[in-house]
Design a binder for this molecule. Structure first.
Ligand code: 5GP
Length: 113
């Protein structure tokens, strides 16, 4: 199977601005930020979409949420951020390796477009 962009970033085959890394996840700056802080929280396990995750991924999915909270505290985001998962091309997903967008630093309107 062809490697996704994020697998190449995880393997350090291509560079990224890495904010955080542990055994389960990596957090990088989005190359095309849509907010002053726009990070991608990425599991190291290849899960193409959230809807592909199953029971065995429960700990990974929980971990990603905890990392979001940890990063928000480390970056002092004033307890104000939004997490987004685009699931499927029609929902805006362009890289088919599960990731959470963490956005902060501006007013985030509701509902999102
Ligand atoms: P998606 O559209 O799949 O929800 O999100 C993919 C994100 O990856 C987009 O926000 C896009 O800007 C970001 N992205 C695409 N290519 C690169 C890259 O080479 N490096 C980084 N850091 N982000 C990328």
């Amino acid at each position: 199977m062809t490697e996704t962009l994020f697998e190449k970033i995880i393997k350090k085959d291509i560079p990224a601005d890495i904010i955080y890394e542990d055994d389960i996840s990596i957090v990088i700056k989005d190359i095309n930020p849509q907010a002053p802080t726009h990070l991608l929280i990425i599991p190291k396990k290849v899960i193409p979409k959230l809807s592909d995750a199953n029971q065995e991924d429960q700990a990974i999915l929980g971990h990603l949420m905890l990392v979001a909270g940890k990063i928000s505290r480390q970056l002092e985001l004033d307890d104000t951020f939004r997490l987004i998962v685009n699931n499927g091309a029609k929902a805006g997903q362009s890289v088919f390796h599960l990731h959470l967008h963490l956005m902060s630093g501006r007013v985030l309107n509701w509902p999102p477009g």
